[in-house]
Structures are given as C-alpha cells and as structure tokens.
Design a protein around this ligand. Sequence first.
Ligand SMILES: [Zn+2]
Ligand SMILES: [Zn+2]
Length: 348
Amino acid sequence: MLAGVYSGIGRVECRKVRIPAITEDEILLRVRAAAICGTDLRIYKSGHHRINEGETRILGHELSGEIWKVGRNVTGYRKGMRVAVAPNISCGSCRYCRRGRQHLCDDYDAFGITLDGGFALYMRVTKEAIEQGCLVFVSESVSFEELCLSEPLACTYYAYRSVDTKPGDDVLIVGAGPMGVLHLKMQRLAGAGKVMMADISDSRLALVERFGPDALIRSGRVDLVGEVKRLTGGLGADVIITACPAGEIQKQALYMASKNGRINLFGGLPKNNETVELNTNLIHYNSLVVTGTSRYAQDDFYKSVKLITEGRVELAPIISRRFGIENIVEAFEYAQSGEGLKTLIEFP
Ligand SMILES: [Zn+2]
Ligand SMILES: [Zn+2]
C-alpha cells in the first residue's frame, strides 16, 4: 500500500509499504479520510520528541475509516463498521487516567506519532486502543471526511470546557486558522453572544468570514486591545481563546478580558520563545481565570463525534482541498502555505 511516511526533519514522502499484519487481539482499519494537522506540519518541520532519529513513522492522527479485519479474540466489532478514531492511547492506570483525564497521562501512545497513523490505506489498531474505546462507531449519515475532524473538534471542546462559556458571553478568538473556525463553531454551540475573530493575516480573515463571526479584527493594522474594548462597550471580552503561537497575544489577552474573564491559552509557543512577561495585577484585580489546554479527555472526543453525527456542527465547509496519498508532499506544501483551512488525504 502507499503511505505518507516521515523519516526525519523535512522528510515526508509517499512510499510503498507492507499492509500491516494484525494479531488476534487487534483490528485492521481501512482508512477513508485523514486530515493534515498543525502537529503534522510541526513534526515535518522540526521533528517530535517521541520519534527517534532514524525511525520512520506513517503520520496522520485525525482520521476515520471502516473496520476491515477483526482479530479472533476481539468481540463487539465486525467488518464494515464505520468509525471515528480517537488517536491517543493513555496508560490507563496512572492517577490522571483513573480520573478520566487521559490527556494528562505522561505514558501515552498515539496513532500518527508513536504508532503508525492514518496517512495510509490500512492502519493497525492495537489491543490497548480497542480496550480504551478509541474506535467510535457512527451511522451512515455522516461523511468520513467530516468525521475525521472529530479530533481537532475535541481539542476545542476541551478548551470550551476550560472557559465555561455562558449564553450571551462575548468571545474573542485570536487566530483565524482551522482551529480558530472550530473554536468559533464550538463557542456558537455554547451560546456565545458576540464572537470576534482576530488575525494578522488579511487573507486568513477573508477565509473565515463565511463562517459568520460578528467581527473581524485585522490585528496587524489596528490596535487589537482598543478594538476589542470598543466592540464590547469598553468592558472587554468574557472569553478569550488564543489559537495562535504568539506570546504577545497572551500578554494582550489580559488587557482585553472583562472582569471575571476567562482566557484559554490554546496555542503553544515556539520552544525558543516560551517565556512571556505578564501583568499579573490584571489577573489579581480583575479576577481573571487563565487556563491552558492541550489534547482532550476521551469524553470530549465522544461528545465531538456526537455533535458531528447529529448534525449540530457543519464541518464540510472547513475542508479546502483533498489529495490522494500519492500526492502527500503536495498536500503538505498546500497545508503549510496557509492558503486554505483543512487539507485532507482521502482513500475513496
Ligand atoms: Zn491534530
Ligand atoms: Zn496514564
């Protein structure tokens, strides 16, 4: 089969590899759609601490597909079932796992990172992944391409939980990329009042306009803090999500939040630039809540799949381009260009 293989910094290519063998405790999945994520691009550009020098890996952790082959010892699954794949497999026994916070587990595996992932026609699903409920059954009604976006949607679900948006809250999302749009959709579901989106790139803002934010802020050209204050009658935003890797925005977020505002630092910062000077008096006197989220609990994933399958959130318009696996390099280049939102690899 053809696969999108990472073999070191700056090297992703389409290679012919063997269809994975499975044991009697495992499942072989036939992948139908897999999306390129910012994490894939970061691995491509700078590697990953869980992929050793000299190792190769089939990337792709945002995926959906159908069950192709079921090991004899596996019960409850059969060929043809359509599934969304939760890619993270935690240890299951540490204090975080036992409390349902699998995303905080240090001892985890993940498809597309430590295990071969979805940029290939077939993927081996391990015993541990099956036992942890990583395969989520869905009905015919939902497309595989929307379904593979359950994973990034789950990240925004967790972020939403951390800021606890209430109906009517004014929300600011900084970063008009695909994650920004998913945040916008999640915040709408939560009943947000005014949703403002900011980005330094005009072309990015033009891409997200169709998703209906109440205000677009060109943060490269206008004073972001002043504009948010103006749009909120001087009060500031109740909820702020920084979906961008910019320390400057984290700093400004404290000035743009209303009293009792909740801020989610969603985007991580580059390794060489991770220290930011904050005016903590704003947190103190304004009773701000500053949170950080990364990944999601398994339940956030299940909720996201439910939102998609029940038609509560429409994700197809976020997909900008689709590629076959033989064009994986072109697909990575397109994703990296930032010209579109989500880029998919499809296996029809
Ligand atoms: Zn991802
Ligand atoms: Zn654990």
